[in-house]
Design a protein around this ligand. Structure first.
Ligand code: PMM
Length: 283
């Protein structure tokens, strides 16, 4: 039986991310939000300084580092587990110097030819996400005959390339890249067939949070922040498929959902009432 997945709380230190752009662009507000997410039950904070929303251009690496490094320094100093969401090898290396544990690269090392070699020499885990090209043109890459088979095949190839470059297999976490070069029907198809990624043998990270494919479930005009309950449910689907972690913006709703999901199976350990479930009813 699957264990309760870890919760990776999203911290976008950006002015323009699709769902929370500008909310946490300053170091103080970013650190405060991260601390709140940890209090709500996040296990890892994923810090990013460059939006990857469809159509987005790239941010200069100096600007990315200016945004995120002070935040990472502060979070690591507080003993929080941090991953860095970056496609730049130099940012990965600088963040590793500060003590982050995971490099989360949405391009799986394809955007920066130095990424895989750099990570191989660092004491960090590496998230390799399914990626078909930069966000500026990714919607045009959403063409599949068999989306589940193709995502699995492309991830298998990426894994092999990363291992050849020197990253230890047990260090690699795979992510199907929901919403990246995928239309809504592709994303749903991958989500309901997540178990078919198990033969890859790696830990699985799944990010459904606030993504466009959830919007038809809500009334017209509902914004990304109104997708949190749907995110919690889809995160539970990921849990049922054996995900190692789920990446979410709103930690509380997913924490409650995962704890409820865990309570529904006796042999899923640890049960939430005995574990560190951090959900508290508002007074
Ligand atoms: N999605 C976004 C950004 N980074 N990283 C991983 N590993 N998986 C994802 O699905 C993913 C990601 C989309 O943007 P957001 O930061 O606003 O969620």
């Amino acid at each position: 039986m699957p264990e309760i997945p870890l919760i990776m709380g999203v911290l976008n230190v950006t002015p323009d991310s699709f769902s929370d752009g500008g909310d946490f662009a300053r170091t103080e507000s970013a650190v405060a939000h991260a601390a709140r997410m940890v209090a709500e039950g996040a296990d890892i904070i994923d810090v990013g300084g460059e939006t990857t929303k469809p159509g987005a251009g790239r941010v200069p690496v100096e600007e990315e580092q200016r945004r995120i490094m002070p935040v990472i320094r502060e979070l690591v100093g507080r003993g929080i587990r941090v991953s860095v969401d970056t496609m730049n090898a130099s940012t990965a290396a600088a963040a590793a110097e500060l003590g982050i544990e995971i490099v989360n690269d949405v391009s799986g090392g394809q955007a920066d030819p130095l990424m895989a070699r750099t990570v191989a020499d660092l004491d960090v885990d590496f998230v390799a996400m399914h990626w078909r090209g930069p966000s500026s043109g990714m919607d045009g890459q959403a063409r599949y005959d068999d989306v589940v088979g193709e995502v699995r095949g492309e991830l298998t190839q990426r894994l092999a390339e990363l291992i050849v470059t020197g990253i230890a297999p047990e260090r690699i976490i795979v992510d199907p890249g929901l919403g990246f070069a995928k239309r809504a029907e592709h994303t749903w198809d991958v989500l309901v067939h997540l178990r078919e990624l198990a033969p890859l043998g790696s830990r699985l990270l799944v990010g459904t949070s606030r993504k466009r494919f959830l919007s038809p479930l809500l009334e017209e005009g509902a914004g990304p922040k109104q997708r949190d309950r749907a995110t919690a449910v889809t995160s539970a689907l990921a849990a049922e498929a054996g995900a190692w972690a789920v990446r979410v913006h709103d930690v509380t709703s997913t924490r409650v959902m995962l704890d409820a999901w865990a309570s529904s199976g006796d042999d899923r350990a640890p049960l939430p009432h005995r574990a560190r479930s951090s959900y508290r009813e508002p007074r």
